[in-house]
Design a protein around this ligand. Structure first.
Ligand code: ADP
Ligand code: MG
Length: 234
């Protein structure tokens, strides 16, 4: 397994929001993390990139324990995290935003080559390379955020709510791009509230309810699950 999250408990100060959650992802897999609003999806991604430190449990990457490493070292090992609401630097150009994704060791050495690859994958970013990021549409900024994540030459790309607020056409484009990414052998863990959309794309899914993992499995079995309907419809 590329990533193994083992029995993590996460709390904001004394307020525990994740209980004993375990997740694993293989190389090149596309995995969806599902759950209603506030169920703890973003907190799990933050625990994997160490924007928050779990109070119990372990995180392994490439079979090495990484749960005590700071965020920047996890990026170096190959974990890119595309945060909720994209967070591109609005007053930097598209190209400047992209190059910031390649700040560390190997990614820095390879940045021109990776930039060429990213521009092939996202021609719109090549066309707009000198445009300020805030002047791009929401969907284009989402592409930029994903592309910036790829500039770090990750083995695992985590994307928090990639489709939020996007047009159906843009959703289709990003779905295609996700397929291209996993076909290159990069694993994707993405967070989504739209169950059908997510499970039609992903190989597997995990479902959170109030900080507990309640269902997991292959996408087709989840799509037919009564339990899943219950979590989302009450
Ligand atoms: P989701 O991404 O599934 O909507 P989150 O992981 O953002 O859920 O939140 C899970 C729980 O943790 C919620 O109850 C939320 O209010 C709480 N929470 C999230 N971030 C913080 C924070 N920085 N401080 C305190 N509580 C937080
Ligand atoms: Mg969230």
């Amino acid at each position: 397994m590329l990533l193994q999250v083992k029995n993590i408990d996460v709390a904001y100060d004394e307020f525990q929001v994740i209980w004993n959650v375990s997740i694993s992802i293989d190389q090149g897999e596309m995995v969806a993390l599902l759950g209603p609003n506030g169920s703890g999806k973003s907190t799990i991604l933050n625990s994997i990139s160490n924007l928050i430190q779990p109070k119990n449990g372990e995180v392994l990457f490439d079979n090495k324990k990484i749960h005590l490493l700071p965020t920047y070292m996890r990026t170096k090992l190959g974990i890119s995290h595309v945060l909720e609401r994209r967070r591109v630097f609005p007053f930097l150009t598209v190209k400047q935003n992209l190059l910031l994704g390649a700040w560390h060791g190997e990614a820095k050495i390879q940045k021109e080559k990776t930039l060429d690859e990213v521009y092939i994958m996202f021609p719109i970013l090549a066309d707009r390379s000198n445009q300020l990021a805030h002047t791009m549409s929401g969907g284009e900024q989402q592409m930029l955020a994903i592309a910036r994540g790829l500039m770090g030459i990750p083995k695992l790309l985590m994307v928090d709510e990639p489709f939020l607020g996007l047009s159906p056409k843009m959703i289709e484009k990003i779905k295609e791009i996700f397929n291209e990414i996993v076909n290159k052998g990069i694993a994707i863990l993405f967070v989504e509230q739209n169950v059908k959309l997510a499970l039609n794309m992903a190989d597997r899914g995990y479902v959170l309810e109030s900080g507990h993992l309640v269902i997991e499995g292959k996408s087709d079995s989840l799509l037919n699950s009564e339990k899943l309907k219950k979590v989302f419809l009450g």
